[in-house]
Design a protein around this ligand. Structure first.
Ligand code: DMJ
Length: 465
């Protein structure tokens, strides 16, 4: 069990990306070519921007320098395609911001701010709630075709806060913070069914469109950004704090369940009816509840830490109950199932980080050696089933060891999965949680101390006294 083992995985993943897919968004490791996709609006090099900080903290300096050089000479922000506001923000803006804060290279700061500016037209809606898709060239924005009634998605418009506050910090332009504060205000004010935040909201009327609530996909990182906004503000952002703990109470009251076999899980909620399914994405919540435990009400702190440990345990069970020891995209707790996928279409694993992310946080918070053991089980399973000759690939069915690969090395494998594994086996002072918060793509952003944000909060408090 060691960080150098993970370092080797990163070097292997990176070298193959560089050899076969340089400048493309992601590596297709079986066909040995690059994948561009349509999430980034014509931007290229997603794996490069997503990897800058991982390469840097691992001391892969030649590789980091190649990546930096590519950003300098080839990251063209004047693209003209359809981009996901959310994906561009968490991977590109987040990746560039972290690279800047870790290295002090102005290049990254300038690119981050330049790109941030291109995202602003998405907020030109009657409510200021941004639409999900934006053409980076023309600034035209629209909602995802699959989102009901032209709605915006909670996990998308709710996952901008950390990056946008930092864009304001770096550019001294208040517009970024204003945009995300406006979202915050609307969400704070709006009536919430049972205190829960549904996943779909109309950017025109500002009303919920459907009552589907999930801590997994479509909802997930909105909750994560509430507690992290509080932590990143050096614990001065009291609105974020209040909203997070109130939401967590509603989640506990309505979604947290115990299976007949004693596993704690987060169900999904559809207009009051529970769907006893937990997505791999929802497994980030072990770590989230863990990092928020200490700032909860004193009588709740141990309870939150226990809940975080229970959820992380359940997610580990979803891994141990499969033949490959990797977890499925979604697992269920009904019709006799306990932490297992029951549908063929839920059996895949695409190199996602969330379970390992929770191991990393729980290790930092408790130093219980089981989290390192679990992390190492994942390393071995990744090496055995996802490593192919020219990179790492997702697999189509975690329940069979004669694996079928999906031919995709996701950029979040380099930015998140491998970074969290590396941190799990490193000392706590490497990107200490006292100084950094990680955005939802695992890009570290520094806690803002003595900032304007803090001064404003203090002034507001003094004014209201
Ligand atoms: C990443 O892009 C981020 O972690 C996001 O919050 C959810 N999906 C992927 C990883 O699974």
């Amino acid at each position: 069990m060691s960080a150098p083992g993970v370092w080797n995985m990163m070097k292997f993943a990176w070298d193959n990306y560089k050899r076969y897919a340089w400048g493309k968004n992601e590596l297709r490791p079986l066909t040995r070519n690059g994948h561009i996709g349509n999430m980034f609006g014509g931007l290229r090099g997603a794996s490069i921007v997503d990897s800058l900080d991982t390469l840097y903290i691992m001391g892969l300096m030649d590789e980091y320098n190649d990546a930096k050089e590519w950003v300098k000479t080839s990251l063209d922000l004047n693209s003209n395609g359809e981009a996901s506001l959310f994906e561009v923000n968490i991977r590109y803006v987040g990746g560039l911001l972290s690279a800047y804060y870790l290295t002090g290279e102005e290049l990254f700061k300038n690119k981050a701010v330049e790109l941030g500016e291109k995202l602003l037209p998405a907020f030109n809606t009657p409510t200021g709630i941004p639409r999900g898709v934006i053409n980076l060239g023309s600034g035209t924005s629209w909602s995802w075709g699959w989102a009901s009634a032209g709605s915006s998605i909670l996990a998308e418009f709710g996952t901008l806060h950390l990056e946008f506050v930092h864009l304001t910090e770096l550019s001294s332009n208040p517009v970024y913070t204003e945009k995300v504060m406006n979202i915050r205000k609307l969400l704070n004010k709006i009536e919430k069914p049972h205190g829960l935040y549904p996943n779909f909201l109309s950017p025109v009327s500002g009303n919920w469109v459907q009552h589907h609530v999930s801590i997994g996909g479509l909802g997930d990182s909105f909750y994560e950004y509430l507690i992290k906004s509080y932590l990143m503000s050096d614990k001065t952002d009291d609105d974020a704090k209040k909203m997070y703990y109130t939401a967590l109470e509603a989640i506990e009251a309505n979604l947290v369940q115990k299976s007949p076999g004693g596993l704690t899980y987060m169900a999904e909620w559809r207009g009051g009816i529970l769907d006893h399914k937990m997505g791999h994405l929802a497994c980030f919540s072990g770590g989230m509840i863990g990092i928020g435990a200490d700032d909860g009400a004193p009588e709740k702190r141990q309870h939150y830490l226990d809940l975080a440990a229970e959820i992380t345990h359940t997610c580990h069970e979803s891994y141990t109950r499969s033949a490959t020891k990797l977890g499925p995209e979604a697992f269920r707790f009904d019709s006799g199932a306990e932490a297992m996928a029951t549908r063929l279409s839920d059996r895949y694993y695409i190199l996602r980080p969330e379970v390992i992310e929770s191991y990393m946080y729980m290790w930092r918070l408790t130093h219980d050696p089981k989290y390192r053991e679990w992390g190492w089980e994942a390393v071995e399973a990744l090496e055995q089933h996802c490593r192919v000759e020219s990179g790492f690939s997702g697999i189509r069915d975690v329940y069979t060891t004669s694996v079928s690969h999906d031919n995709m090395q996701q950029s979040f494998f380099l930015s998140e999965t491998l970074k969290y594994l590396y941190l799990l086996f490193s000392d706590d002072d490497l990107l200490s949680l006292e100084d950094w918060v990680f955005n939802t793509e695992a890009h570290p952003l520094p806690i803002i101390r003595n900032s304007c944000l803090q001064d404003d909060a203090t002034q507001e408090k003094t004014a209201s006294e």
